[in-house]
Design a protein around this ligand. Sequence first.
Ligand code: NCD
Length: 315
Amino acid sequence: MTGLITMDDLTNEAILEVLDDAERLLPVARGDTYLPLLQGKILGNLFFEPSTRTRMSFETAMKRLGGDVVNLGDVKTSSVVKGETLYDTIQMVDGYTDIIAMRHPRQGAAQYAQDSARVPVLNGGDGAGHHPTQTMLDLFTIRQAHGSLEGLKVVLAGDLRYGRTVHSLSHALTRFGCELVLASPNLLRMPREIVEDLTAHGATVTETEDLLGSIDEADVVYMTRIQKERFADEDEYTKVAGAYKLHANNLEGAKASMIIMHPLPRVDEIHPSVDSTRHARYFEQAFNGVVARMALLCRLLGVSVPTDVPQGGEA
Ligand code: NCD
């Protein structure tokens, strides 16, 4: 069965269907409605790299829908330390579960897992590769704020070289006709093959080092953390650490409707003064991970989300 490895696994129509399902599931995510659509189903959470939001929101999504979760747990206390290969781990978890969510430090690992699994695999991040479930919650958050995905001007800022969230998101936004501004230090520019893919899809893409000068025109400013763990050379990291720091003072000329997003965790790229501005959306964005993942789990498990989910109280 096919899972979700990159955004190419979903057509635009499928993306919009998942976003509509996610919207209907909001009362379930809030705990106002109990809707056990996934009762009897088991998700295998295989996180070979640190994770808070992705792992916990997958788990919350599954449990709010009446399903269950088994966890690989800490890699250090699993058989991985005895030298078990990813292939063998997948073969085994495949038999224990109905669907797998996986994060791995190696780019391409999620595709490799899907090729050797019978159950669908959801890529929760493969090295500096892709992070499509994050993209679904990002798109949900953008649509919630702007009513549509079409034709927005989106600034993607920070570590565009190693940031997997922006690799997946830039591709999806392009498919909905967004204009992209890629703001990064020179060392952390978006990989050439991704920029070529975006322009081949007809996107208007501008690359700049000037984040602050790009804010006033933007509908969305998407900040990212510099991915320290992906640098081969610590000195290179030191050169770019702290390159972008957004402060509330920088937002005075922004459109009233502009939203600031961040996949989190943040380090120092968004000052806490931004949190209380009308623009901050990153905590709602993290909450939206639950509905987006609920909708994806249902879709990949072949369970349809009813169009009339009760908005609270009795299910
Ligand atoms: C991101 C990731 O793991 O790629 N986090 C997340 O899933 N919310 C971003 C990051 O770690 O900087």
